[in-house]
Design a protein around this ligand. Sequence first.
Ligand code: ATP
Ligand code: MG
Length: 420
Amino acid sequence: MAKSLKSIRGMHDVLPEDSPRWQAFESKVRQLMDSYVYSEIRTPIVESTDLFCRSIGEVTDIVEKEMYTFDDRNGDRLTLRPEGTASCVRAGIQHGILHNQVRRLWYMGPMFRHERPQKGRYRQFHQLGVEAFGIADADIDAELIIMSSRLWRDLGLKDLRLELNTLGSAASREEYRKVLVEYLETHRDQLDEDSLRRIYKNPLRVLDSKNPEMETLITNAPDLHDHLDDESVEHFERLKVYLDAADIKYTINPRLVRGLDYYCKTVFEWVTESLGAQGTVCAGGRYDGLVEQLGGKTSPAAGFAIGVERLLALMEETGVSFQEKPMDVYLIPKSPADIERALRLSESLRDALPGLKIQMHCGSGSHKSQMKKAGNSGAELVLFVGDDEPGQVVVKYMREDRGQQVVDQGELINFLQKNN
Ligand code: ATP
Ligand code: MG
């Protein structure tokens, strides 16, 4: 027997039993985006490697060790997208839809990072990304956070906590950087290998380290908030006022710096204690410099990304489920001679009642096995068509003890409409 093949480590199938949850989430997302008037953008999964190096930053975990990069047959260096913001900005610049305009965009799809697979951390995972371009004020930061909080509420999730921070403007970060480098230089002996490498190239990232041995060093590091310029302080204060007005609770976490280079001013994460170590379900912030950095005309921007697997896991963990509409009708041709009639009937029902979920029994079988399948389908009604009742359909109620009923085929649509 041939050796069976498996999916790539860290990349998972969504099985038929699971896909209704994904679909329910996706349709919730569409509703939410419509209600805030954000438009969907779909970009390619593969981009030139350069795009991610220039946006995410050379000295970040993603670019240094997590990207799926390869040369294609032309020798072009390509990468499976590890996140969506860079592609979104690239597309926006390329098609001239950002310059001097306000654009509210969203996307959803697979992302790829070569990380160590574990619970909540995969090599192919999915993100819902939301980005708003062209607005410099804190009101849009607030809108994004309020929108994410509405999503938790719509889904019935109570378990998420908002952490908030500001990284200041580019100028104030530069100020702080000097102070931080000085501090790190005097504590070289306490730095791990990654941090030693980052001390000059990307010192802020040292604060993002998850190495427990560096915890004290990080706690005692100089505080970025002591080096913020007036504009950054004011932006942050306004955001807090807007969140307070919307009754959104948050904690300020001065160590929250995020893993990508392009953030400035606002950064935030929604975290939960219910998922173990991988507790960040949503993360985002402002990235005013990125559009220009990627060759566009300056445009302020802010956004966030939700890890869909983590969100669905959190729903499962906390016992929150989507209300799924079960199947309505299971249609059984009594004998092979009735199949044509059954196929025609099921098509005419679909024409007349677009929302109706109808499954036709295919592949014959005994009456007993047909009834077993009908029972397992979860359908409310089973319809039998057979030439012993020409022009009529036998309807059996599966959930209630109401026996069965004969309905004229011409009356069936009316009957189902009333029943639904
Ligand atoms: P982490 O600190 O957990 O590695 P990150 O800062 O790298 O997260 P972002 O790049 O901000 O994550 O991505 C946004 C969200 O996408 C994360 O908060 C998380 O929910 C999800 N995410 C990121 N990487 C993975 C992964 N490898 N597997 C599953 N979900 C992920
Ligand atoms: Mg990461």
